[in-house]
Design a protein around this ligand. Structure first.
Ligand code: G6P
Length: 466
């Protein structure tokens, strides 16, 4: 066996840095993935390949906070066809089982192939001999096979941050075979839930004639490991933030600003149709109607951070959501006391930690979600062991946070019952369940996730011996 390089190349649609405009300096993006992978990448002297977030921007490789970054440029038309089109108006709805919305456009597919080729080429150039490349998410599913063709000496891992759909849904995709074969270029394919891995293995058998045994797939004589690696948050960093005096003061201030209610409920989501915000608010409206909850004693804060605003479905959802919030507030608010505090904004992590601490009940009720890190962030921040989590059984987090109050977000009566249960839960029971969930989030944090994935990748067959 030849000696292998330690170096790790990360390939993701976005770079781990952002800036509002070219005049502002780059800043590390917040989020668990970035905080988990950046130290690993730095320790292994690797590089991160991704898009800088602006159209037609050709940037030379650069460094920010010790990270080595290699930008991939996307033209305006590629953003429309590859990113907003194929990734977010074809794959995103299909992979979240929203079949009616998925658009199958051949031009978008061509752009997806082209852009994936660009990322694969950049990775092939960046990876040292015998190095490791970790590719991320649904935007880059063709990269593993393209990279393997160019660089058979590197180890390739791919991780799916979103769900992988059942074959009945996946098989509608006109390019189902190409995508499966694109993924089969990897040595290790990681998914959030065991069900996602099983769905992929079935698609691989059906589309590529792969023979599978347990978590192993055999593709043209090459073994590929397929498994579940549930992602998590940087729990220690979150709790450090949540214990900070500034955060504690801000949490108290939020409650004062709300008029010192007895109960604060909170929803925090990207404004996305998979997040189940409409169903959640319908359930809440019925609870207001029947008087179970009433402002100013009970208030709901709904943060809906702006996302993919040029994609039509997101624009339609915003209109629908804001009409609904307006109607509910019109019906149930009084002067100075809105029933719902709706915030179409993104907040820094310090403010999010303060909101989590201020919230008695956290509502995480997506219709379908790969993991949902908001649920884990809430749990990590609650060092006081107070707070109750209502969690959709269709979020990957439900596999890990089993002690939460689990709901089917399609069942409005069930959601009302779950919210009532959260409001009535004796604090002793709440503390016990929160303690159990915190123990899980602190043991299996994002560092554990990255180490488990990279450890499993290093155990795959050495490409030189394959
Ligand atoms: C999800 C995806 C990520 C994506 C993020 C934000 O979490 O799994 O790959 O980066 O949404 O979406 P955006 O389209 O803004 O990158």
């Amino acid at each position: 066996m030849k000696s292998r390089s330690e170096a790790l190349v990360i390939v993701a649609n976005r770079l781990p840095v952002e800036r509002p405009d070219a005049a502002t300096p780059w800043k590390k993006s917040s989020g668990g993935l970035v905080s988990a992978l950046v130290p690993v990448q730095q320790a292994k002297a690797g590089t991160w390949i991704g898009w800088g977030g602006t159209a037609d921007e050709e940037l030379a490789p650069f460094r920010v906070e010790g990270m080595s970054l290699q930008p991939v440029a996307l033209s305006r038309s590629e953003i429309e066809r590859y990113y907003e089109g194929f990734a977010n108006a074809t794959l995103w709805p299909l992979y979240h089982d929203v079949t009616g919305e998925a658009i199958f456009d051949r031009g978008w597919w061509e752009s997806y192939v082209l852009v994936n080729r660009r990322f694969a080429k950049a990775a092939a150039q960046a990876a040292p001999r015998g190095g490791t490349v970790w590719v991320h998410d649904y935007q880059l599913q063709l990269v593993p096979a393209m990279l393997r063709k160019a660089r058979p000496d590197v180890r390739i891992g791919w991780f799916d941050h979103i769900p992988f759909p059942g074959y009945e849904i996946y098989s509608r995709l006109p390019w189902r075979e190409q995508i499966v074969k694109g993924l089969l270029g990897a040595d290790l394919l990681g998914f959030q839930r065991r069900d996602d891995a099983a769905n992929f293995l079935r698609a691989a058998r059906r589309c590529a004639g792969v023979v599978t045994r347990g978590s192993m797939a055999d593709y043209r004589g090459r073994p590929i490991r397929v498994g579940a690696f549930p992602i998590s948050v940087d729990a220690k960093e979150l709790v450090r933030l949540a214990r900070d005096c500034g955060t504690l003061d801000r949490a108290a201030q939020i409650r004062t600003e709300l008029g010192d209610p007895e109960v604060v409920l909170l929803g925090v989501d990207r404004l996305d149709y998979t997040k189940g915000i409409i169903n959640r608010l319908r359930a809440y409206a019925e609870l207001l109607e029947e008087g179970t909850v009433a402002p100013p004693r009970t208030v709901l804060i709904q943060v809906a951070s702006p996302s993919r605003e040029r994609v039509r479905e997101y624009q339609l959802l915003r209109d629908e959501l804001e009409t609904l919030v307006g109607r509910i507030n019109g019906d149930y608010s009084s002067v100075g006391h809105p029933a719902i505090h709706y915030l179409h904004q993104s907040f820094p992590k310090e403010e999010m930690a303060a909101m989590y601490l201020a919230a008695d009940v956290m509502l995480v009720t997506p219709l379908k979600d790969g993991m949902n890190l908001v649920a884990k962030e809430y749990v990590a921040c609650r060092h006081d062991e107070a707070g109750t989590l209502v969690l959709s059984e269709f979020a990957g987090a439900a596999d890990d946070l089993k002690q939460a109050i689990l709901v089917n977000p399609w069942d409005i009566d069930g959601m009302k019952t779950a919210i009532r249960q959260a409001l009535d839960q004796p604090s002793k029971v709440g503390r016990r369940t929160m303690r159990a969930m915190r123990s899980h989030v602190f043991t299996e944090d994002v560092h554990h996730w990255a180490a488990a994935f990279l450890g499993a990748l290093q155990l795959t067959t050495d490409p030189d011996d394959a």
